[in-house]
Write a protein that binds this ligand. Structure first.
Ligand code: ATP
Ligand code: MG
Length: 434
């Protein structure tokens, strides 16, 4: 399927009628259907687009439903009481249905057409609010498989860019010239990695090379935007695969430079640790358990923290002091690349620091640890360390059992630990030295 876009405008799209594709209204969320129908009834064009269409065509459950329309944001707002206009880069309407949010975007033209409001700096699009036609909207999207439109008017699919063929072939193909499009928005490289991982698609010929050449541009992306991408890469059920693809494309370092440096030195522990953490994350998502960004970041940065801890301990710090200092250092460095909101970075540090506290269980300590809000995450983290071969089996088994048994047995477990106070009693009182 050729995808040359020398003169894309006024191209004739392929229309796939309802009987020839597998999307039925039953697969679309009630909220999305409501929005589609209300727009349609008010006389606007309304299409399901993006990941929703792509994933349904692949027989998967979409994470969310995006809608495209010729209604302008203010017009959308008039139709829906539960609507909020958001966005700096793109002005979008968010329509709220309880916890579900339907994102509605007005057709946009590529930045170099229409009213010319899009601002370009060094080839990067800064703002992108130029309204266009359905056709314009299709050509400014990133990948062909993301530019398929499901038309609520007749339930057909509209395909301007050859997305259907690419979907069937399992190919991720950039719309337009990949080099230019990556330069316009370097996040598209991370999106390419993410879709390749999630859909198990291959990148079109030449794309990997373009990404190698342009990967460095990701350094110019605002760290807050990269935080969102990190979550989409690692907390949507295909984290292990995302990690593999990011490493293959040499993009991991643009998200986690410190960790990447260790991996490149052949640090097998850090690599195994991350894989195990990500694999556990995927497993949790598969069975519907919640996942926490604090734990994810704690795991992704544990390699550099651990290395720094060893160094600081050699210089005479206690493990606790070293964990605190190393945690602060590694986080400060990481924030230059990817934002970690404080509500995650604080608990993340607590998870690390708790690693020094978990071995100290005497007296009331174990009970106090157990009551801390971060205990469960810290304990899971300890298990992870054990799973990748740190000599912590006894400690892990102890904590697992401590959580399971009744209060009598807990007391007995602590008693059996002995130690603690005794050592203090043996210490000579200061006054005796004088
Ligand atoms: P998912 O929701 O499963 O993560 P998605 O493809 O729906 O995948 P979104 O981030 O929800 O991804 O974006 C919706 C659609 O908007 C995409 O399918 C694509 O058509 C378009 N899009 C998103 N980001 C970009 C971008 N950086 N450049 C061009 N088009 C984009
Ligand atoms: Mg989406």
């Amino acid at each position: 399927m050729s995808n040359e876009q020398d003169s894309p405008i006024n191209a004739i799209p392929a229309i796939i009628p309802r009987p020839e594709h597998n999307i039925s209204r039953g697969d679309i969320s009630d909220a999305a259907l409501k929005v589609l129908y209300r727009l349609h009834k008010a006389g606007y064009a309304a299409y399901l687009v993006g990941g929703g269409v792509r994933d349904l065509l692949l027989g998967r459950h979409p994470k969310d439903f995006d809608i495209a329309t010729d209604a302008h944001p203010e017009e959308i707002k008039k139709l829906f009481r539960n609507c909020r206009l958001i966005g700096r880069r793109f002005r979008l309407a968010h329509i709220h249905f309880g916890r579900e949010i339907i994102e509605v975007a007005t057709f946009r033209a590529p930045h170099n057409q229409g009213g010319g409001e899009g601002v370009i700096s060094n080839g990067m699009i800064l703002r992108d609010n130029v309204y266009g036609t359905l056709e314009d909207d299709a050509w400014r999207r990133d990948f062909t498989v993301n530019a398929l439109y499901y038309n609520i008017d007749d339930f057909s699919i509209i395909d301007y860019t050859g997305g259907m063929a690419d979907l069937q072939a399992g190919v991720l193909r950039m719309i337009g010239d990949a080099h230019t499009r990556f330069q316009e928005d370097p996040v598209r490289m991370l999106r390419a990695a993410r879709f390749a991982a999630k859909l198990n698609f291959r990148l079109e010929a030449g794309m990997a090379k373009q990404i190698h050449e342009l990967g460095e541009k990701i350094s110019g992306v605002p760290p807050a935007r990269l935080f969102d991408e990190v979550l989409k890469l690692f907390q949507t059920g295909h984290a292990v695969q995302s990690f593999e693809v990011l490493k293959d494309l040499e993009l991991f370092g643009y998200l986690f430079a410190q960790t990447d440096a260790l991996l490149k030195q052949g640090d097998a522990y850090s690599e195994a640790f991350i894989r195990q953490a990500l694999s556990n994350t995927d497993e949790r998502i598969l069975v519907g358990k919640p996942v926490n960004p604090a734990f994810l970041f704690a795991a992704l940065l544990w390699g550099p923290v651990r290395q720094e801890v060893m160094l600081l301990q050699q210089q005479g710090m206690t493990q606790l002091q070293a964990l605190q200092a190393a945690g602060n250092e590694v986080v400060a460095e990481q924030l230059r690349q990817v934002t970690i909101p404080k509500r995650f970075s604080y608990p993340m540090r607590e998870i690390w620091v708790a690693q020094a506290r978990l071995p100290r269980r005497q007296g009331k300590r174990a009970y106090r640890l157990l009551e801390q809000p971060r205990f469960r995450a810290a304990y899971d983290f300890l298990l992870l360390r054990c799973e990748v071969g740190e000599p912590l089996k006894e400690l892990c088994t102890w904590w697992t059992r401590f959580q399971e048994v009744d209060s009598e047995e807990r007391a007995a477990m602590i008693k059996r630990l002995g130690g603690g106070k005794k050592r203090r009693r043996h210490r000579k009182p200061r006054s005796a030295e004088a």
